[in-house]
Design a protein around this ligand. Sequence first.
Ligand SMILES: *[C@@H]1O[C@H](CO)[C@@H](O)[C@H](O)[C@H]1NC(C)=O
Ligand SMILES: *[C@@H]1O[C@H](CO)[C@@H](O)[C@H](O)[C@H]1NC(C)=O
Ligand SMILES: *[C@@H]1O[C@H](CO)[C@@H](O)[C@H](O)[C@H]1NC(C)=O
Ligand SMILES: *[C@@H]1O[C@H](CO)[C@@H](O)[C@H](O)[C@H]1NC(C)=O
Ligand SMILES: *[C@@H]1O[C@H](CO)[C@@H](O)[C@H](O)[C@H]1NC(C)=O
Ligand SMILES: *[C@@H]1O[C@H](CO)[C@@H](O)[C@H](O)[C@H]1NC(C)=O
Ligand SMILES: *[C@@H]1O[C@H](CO)[C@@H](O)[C@H](O)[C@H]1NC(C)=O
Ligand SMILES: *[C@@H]1O[C@H](CO)[C@@H](O)[C@H](O)[C@H]1NC(C)=O
Ligand SMILES: *[C@@H]1O[C@H](CO)[C@@H](O)[C@H](O)[C@H]1NC(C)=O
Length: 887
Amino acid sequence: MSINNLPKDNTVKLKDRILLSPVTKYVLSSLIIGIVLATGVYVVILLVSNKIDDRWPASCDIKPSYQVKCLAGQKSDYKACSEIGCCWSDKTSSCFHSLPSKHGYYYDPISRTNTQDDLLLHPRREFSPMGKKNLESLYFHTTAINSHYLQINLRSKRSQTALQNMSNTDLYELSVQVNSPAFSITIFRHRFNSTKIELLTTSLGPLIVTDNYWEWTIHLINITLYGLESTFINGTTHWLYNNVQSSKVPAFFGITLEGEAFACYVLYSGPMKIQVMDGSNLIIFKGMSLPDEISLRVFVSSTPQQTVEALFNSMNDDGLITKMNTTENLPIIIASLGLHVCPERKYIEGSIIPSIKTMIESTKKEQVPWDSHCIYRQFYPTLDTILNKSEIEILNESRRIIEESGKYIVPHLTPMILAKNNVLLSKLDNASLILKKSLVPYIGSWDEIKVGYPEWSDNRIHTEFENNISYYSDIFGTSKLIFIRDAWPRDDSNNNSLDFTRFDYMPQELRRLMSKGTIPFELTSMAVMSHYTEHNAFAKAFHAFVQQNANPLAVKDVLFDNIIYDDNDKDLPNIFGWSTLRETINRAIGSGLVGKLPPAIYICGILPNMTNDLCTRWYGAAVVFPYIVAIPEYLPGGAWMVPGSSKYAIKFLKLRASLIIYQFTVMEEYNNLGQPVLSPTHFHYPLYQHNSLINNVDQFFWGSSLLVGIVTLPNVKQLNMHIPGNLSWRHLEGGVEVRPTSAKGISVSATEGEIIILVRPGHIIPMYENAYGTSEKVVKRRIELLVNFACQQKNMNCLAKGKIGFGGGTFLEIIVNDTFVTLTNILDIKSRASLSLWHQSNLISSLTVLGDKLHYRIALDLDLCIINNDVIEKKLDPALGMKIVNY
Ligand SMILES: *[C@@H]1O[C@H](CO)[C@@H](O)[C@H](O)[C@H]1NC(C)=O
Ligand SMILES: *[C@@H]1O[C@H](CO)[C@@H](O)[C@H](O)[C@H]1NC(C)=O
Ligand SMILES: *[C@@H]1O[C@H](CO)[C@@H](O)[C@H](O)[C@H]1NC(C)=O
Ligand SMILES: *[C@@H]1O[C@H](CO)[C@@H](O)[C@H](O)[C@H]1NC(C)=O
Ligand SMILES: *[C@@H]1O[C@H](CO)[C@@H](O)[C@H](O)[C@H]1NC(C)=O
Ligand SMILES: *[C@@H]1O[C@H](CO)[C@@H](O)[C@H](O)[C@H]1NC(C)=O
Ligand SMILES: *[C@@H]1O[C@H](CO)[C@@H](O)[C@H](O)[C@H]1NC(C)=O
Ligand SMILES: *[C@@H]1O[C@H](CO)[C@@H](O)[C@H](O)[C@H]1NC(C)=O
Ligand SMILES: *[C@@H]1O[C@H](CO)[C@@H](O)[C@H](O)[C@H]1NC(C)=O
């Protein structure tokens, strides 16, 4: 059986393939089967008596969607292609790997004296298809971290650590089979003790490892695949260099037909190309530098939520994301959920104080809720200058004005420092703590300012900057709320003269990413001889520094640029347009699936070229985003928004402010469980795999209780939504019922000033009453509970549950049935709910039951700060409630 006959999206079981394929027929007689159970990972090794040459049969009969290209980025012909042992197709003029690929490794059984050793692998050919020498030895090692989490490592050196000691292998849900004679692995998922389902295999592509290139392919079987911080990846190619687009992790998430979930990521931070083949779920990784170890981390669990939690915890351990400590940083975290006004340096005219005053006046007039001002960015872009007397006075005055209107002022930090006349720069240079090119400090350009790049991965830098931060904190008198504009070192100079010849292969797009918007990869420092090999160390260490010295929230790309480079336009980033809005939402939904928060967004972008229609929709999307920033010009009442659009934008900001308590609760669930803030419908209804929902950003979950619909196209006033489950959903505003839909979906109205927010059946949403016209800092803390009952009979035997987070990882739990509302865990949350930062005691003022017949509101007036019981039950009598007329 060849790959050509494989059912679509799918392969036969590996066992069948082994028995049927010509490869196995040839080697079967010499198979030795060794089973290693003691390690906790079943490593089934099919050994062959060291027969290593190209006479192993291989098939070229491969469906196009399974063809892995052999000569990346090069023109080829039959002769060149067959000379390097690849398959040639006249029809498509393409050169691709055979099956199994001749560019792979084989396993050396002699080298392994005990079962805990690494497997030693040798290349089948001396040279890679690109002509570079393959690494002669490669060590393969697999470790089961726990029953649901497996690490697969390829190393250039033998590992020091022995396999971990596992006590009960029966409980393990993942196992690895090492295939032979051509080395590849297949990972199985074990169900109900006995059934074994193939999850992932590397047998459909090559394994190439040279001094500065590696390539590996994984095939995911029977999975709806998401990943790379995107909701659609089928048939896409991604280039990761982690510069202007902030940090992206090569992580994937999938849901099986049975509703079980899978996740994996590659722990590798060099430049990379990732291709997801159209229609086959084949993922091809190509790394352009060789670290000591390439590690694939694999997770399975029965629910999407458990899987994403395992991924989140592991990424936290690997330093790829950081859990927030809401015990410590609560006030700041809440403050950071607001709207932050951060003028772009380039677009400011006149002096600072008048521009702040104008901004405050117009937001006051329009009653726009906002929270902080990034004054500093306009003043000086980096936090490393000693200010003179008049500058301090300007800062002091700005601070006075901003605080007077009840808002914060936020300092601003970047990993760069000013190059001109900077005392700190010379000091760091003397201590060899600046990145260099040809032995002199490298000076780049950022926002048309000359900047240098401290070597953040050296701890001595941290001491210098700690002093700096406290200098500014004194002037600002601020908390440690610091915004990070770029965690990655920015450099807008065009680095056209970079030498890429050291790389075996460098795709055009990566070449562009590596020479634009970031520092040259060949910079050196004391710590790293060549910067590109330790690619991410710089940004990681900067994150760690901010983490320790400021509010953890600050490092979450709060000032994400919304920049998407348009492939057709090599110079101008495409910062305008509807596609950017869609991509922003797409990225926010996709982030949640791989354990990350949605990136903060600049509402409407940062350049003065926006239509009112688009800007209004952007404000609609901002309702669900944890962090938003805006330039003053795009604020309602600002220079570029007409009054008609301003009206809608204000409405959205007020809705957003009233839902901050829900957002905060969702963020707490993220901190504790990695639960996505935004996610596809599929995540919460894993069996509801409606085709039109995959690759769709119009409809998604916010937390686990709200389904949101947002228009992302011009001149559209309706959304086709797919409502899962079998009970009724209700509009958050007004309570109108929306029934579960068939495959066709339902059309829901969403005019310019509307976004669709539906409450899931059986869920309770906390909302602030009258958050309107005030900012987060001074909002009156009267909480209204909105209930959408899940009823067993019509309006009978109804139940709904909800929770409210107050920081510290514990929640107030709320249950409402026909007759009672019950609040539990009050003592646990009481002290935090009563902190003075909330400005008023937290009063659960009322409960509104959404429903056509049942739509009523009841006063509760429960003050969380004075209740002394852990549990409160209050009788609910609809007759006492105020009937609400639907609108
Ligand atoms: C493995 O762990 C178990 C339980 O922790 C322990 O009793 C046993 O001695 C360990 N075995 C080895 C070889 O370390
Ligand atoms: C699975 O195996 C465990 C122990 O090996 C046994 O106790 C359990 O009953 C088995 N479950 C099923 C469903 O076979
Ligand atoms: C994939 O799913 C199909 C349909 O559910 C099933 O028949 C097939 O065996 C599955 N393939 C594998 C490799 O599990
Ligand atoms: C991927 O996209 C192709 C068309 O572009 C489609 O035929 C195929 O079904 C898609 N596969 C998945 C798994 O969505
Ligand atoms: C969070 O902060 C509190 C208060 O400072 C501290 O006691 C606790 O150890 C911190 N937790 C973690 C996980 O760092
Ligand atoms: C303070 O610095 C500013 C530049 O930011 C400069 O224009 C001004 O002249 C300086 N004032 C004094 C008193 O040095
Ligand atoms: C800032 O202004 C206040 C008065 O508004 C004054 O008391 C304080 O000393 C000033 N701080 C600095 C650093 O100038
Ligand atoms: C931006 O605005 C300019 C005029 O101010 C216009 O010529 C240009 O077409 C606009 N670009 C976009 C992408 O809307
Ligand atoms: C409603 O909840 C209360 C308090 O938990 C409980 O005593 C009562 O039995 C529940 N009523 C129904 C109909 O479930």
